[in-house]
Design a protein around this ligand. Sequence first.
Ligand code: C5P
Length: 219
Amino acid sequence: LAVGPLKGKRILVTSGPTHEPIDPVRYIANRSSGAQGTAIAAALVHLGADVVFVTGPADIAPPAGVEVVKVQSAREMMAAVQRVLPVDAAVFAAAVADWHVENARASKMKKTKDGMPDLKFAENPDILATVCASVKRPRLVVGFAAETDDVVANATAKRLRKGCDWILANDVSPETGIMGGSENAVSFVTEEGAQAWPRMSKTEVAKKLAGLIAQTLNS
Ligand code: C5P
């Protein structure tokens, strides 16, 4: 590929966990570090893309050279993503919470006065599926699947259900050390089938993915 094969291409990357508020000081979250999404955004910038990085609260810094949009909850992430479209390609690496607390409180819950919390949950919007079904669907949409069982079968079904082009599926069973770790073992799932990538650093996964995105957007 030539230097800067993604020059002039606008690419959205979502990353990190979401925080779903319970009250002004408490929230529900997940163990996503944002490492894979951050590495992907950096790799895309390296190939010359204009990257919009929509991130939930993550401890690691966003990569240099991206436009950063910080959000907390899944619903905020959905709204931010809709403002960013249209883009040429989108990578959904965020670990979006499936539910939010429907009866979140406007003021801090008190142990003495309020007793045990009675949290009611409601579904969050599926950002990836919504974007895939939208009239502004990017030409190339990439999703992730974090699974603990039947990784390829679940990812294959997920690709069809969500309507995305590619899925990077990984086994996040605790013994793999992938969630929060620096390495990833990915199955790359497309219309053509599943391809097992060797275990490699999240940086290498990002470079490989960015290369494939560049090939596709230039074909
Ligand atoms: O359904 P599941 O969470 O396993 O799907 C994972 C993929 O869908 C990831 O790419 C994730 O970023 C995306 N997703 C999303 N919005 C949600 C849930 C998942 O964009 N509410």
